[in-house]
Design a protein around this ligand. Structure first.
Ligand code: 9WN
Length: 439
């Protein structure tokens, strides 16, 4: 490691240490003082580079919050309720029969990247050997059924019509909250009575236009109220909630992670479960491919209530690069993502994929999921590129990511043209991405 890399490594470790609340890592020190489901998976990948048992602990804490249905909730609340809105009370999950009593969590989920983190933990365990290897192997054996239950719940409950696509009930479930992907479904959400609220997120960013506005938040809270009104019962939620969308990116992650979990299953002698997971992977992989617009080559979401495709130029359009499969489709997608509407846009400070294409009318340079570059996503695309033998794309993503992260702010997201760090600094999954890229 050269001096720059060493400094990046040490500062990234320090960010994870500072966010460490003991048995969970806060997603960010002020803006997000709790554990988020998919953040925790990326955090575990980063932690595994420095401390395998602590990485295991992270996923263990998340699993302790798993609902009896198999769902892994999107937020596990720490005792520090002061910095984030909506806090545990506003979720009203205490009446949800599937939530274990001792658990303080939200009532929705996020993309299932966790098996990919498990794989990283095992790989690091193998490299280190000794106690790390034993701990990693034991953890996978002991928790395999819980991860399997999570994948099964998604594949069945969230895809009752067997479309090969996962249905979500809130933009927060996608992890890409205010992406233009969700503009048309949210336009049709007409919130009823929402009790007054005071947001906390806007006081943690320098410029409030970086965040969704209060009108958007009213809708977010309305959906939460709708789900709470039926006790977060899976069937009733589907009949009640005003936001029902098949999320192509979420589905692609389920496909990729199911293959990874199948591999792990085989390694511990769970052949039958591995077979089941392979089927889930294949089913969702073809579900993702079925969304591709033949003209643009981009994957689309589907609005269940409006019965229409959602074709926006966002990073989710590259879902097939995550789920893998058809070589021709993937080659075309790789050409598009490296072309002028994306990484090849001449004005980018770092030629990394923005969350929305700079040439899309919906693009906003500084607003959250409407344009800025999110470092953890680049790691995910890098992982998928390496899996598919795409060394060149992997190297480009790695080199530029390390350059971008060299500013040492570990920002939540970056302005694409100036490279300015935005959102929360010292964001845990950004630090984790740096550690994993460094290797
Ligand atoms: C709502 C924690 C989370 C990420 C999401 C990101 C943002 C929360 C928020 O922060 O969402 O879940 O309050 O905006 O969009 O991807 O997991 O980092």
């Amino acid at each position: 490691m050269n001096a720059h890399s060493e400094q990046l490594f040490h500062e990234a470790v320090e960010v994870l240490r500072a966010n460490d609340l003991g048995t969970m890592t806060s997603a960010a020190p002020n803006l997000y003082p709790h554990m988020w489901s998919w953040d925790a998976a990326f955090v575990a990948i980063g932690l595994a580079r420095v401390n395998v048992p602590r990485a295991i602990q992270e996923l263990e804490t998340l699993l302790e919050a798993q609902w009896t249905t198999g769902m892994i909730p999107h937020i596990v609340f720490s005792d520090n309720d002061t910095g984030y809105f909506p806090g545990y009370d506003r979720w009203n999950t205490s009446g949800a029969s599937a939530k274990p009593d001792r658990v303080r969590s939200s009532g929705i989920c996020q993309p299932p990247v966790h098996a990919i983190a498990l794989r990283h933990i095992l790989d690091r365990g193998r490299e280190n050997g000794g106690a790390d290897l034993r701990a990693a192997e034991m953890f996978i054996e002991q928790t395999f059924d819980s991860w399997l239950a999570w994948h099964r719940w998604l594949a069945t409950v969230r895809d009752p019509e067997e479309t090969g696509l996962i249905e979500i009930h809130h933009g927060w479930e996608s992890g890409c909250d205010n992406s233009p992907r969700w503009d048309s479904p949210y336009n049709r959400v007409k919130p009823g009575m929402v009790p007054a609220f005071v947001r906390r997120d806007t006081s943690h960013v320098r410029d409030t236009s970086e965040r969704p506005d209060d009108g958007e938040y009213r809708k977010y809270l309305w959906l939460v109220q709708q789900m709470a009104s039926v006790g977060y019962d899976d069937k009733k939620v589907m009949q009640t909630v005003d936001f029902r969308v098949r999320d192509v990116f979420f589905s692609a992650i389920l496909a990729a992670a199911s293959d990874v979990l199948a591999d792990l299953g085989l390694e511990i002698g769970r052949d039958e479960s591995a077979e089941e997971l392979r089927k889930i992977a294949a089913h969702f992989r073809s579900g993702v491919l079925s969304t591709i617009d033949p003209v643009t080559g981009l994957a689309r979401d589907f609005d269940v209530l409006a019965e229409e495709w959602i074709a926006t130029e966002t990073i989710a359009a590259f879902a097939p690069l995550i789920s893998g499969g058809d070589v021709e489709v993937l080659n075309r997608q790789r050409a598009i993502i490296q072309g002028p509407r994306w990484m090849g846009h001449p004005a980018l400070r770092f030629a990394l994929p923005p969350s929305t294409s700079p040439l899309s009318p919906e693009f906003r340079t500084r607003t959250y999921w409407r344009g800025p570059i999110w470092p953890f996503l680049n790691l995910l695309f890098g992982w998928a590129s390496a899996r598919d033998g795409q060394q060149e794309l992997y190297s480009i993503l790695r080199t530029l990511s390390l350059e971008q992260l060299g500013d040492l702010t570990f920002a939540e997201y970056y302005e694409p043209f100036t490279g300015e760090p935005l959102g929360s600094f010292a964001q845990a999954w950004t630090a984790a991405a740096a550690l994993e890229w460094l290797g």
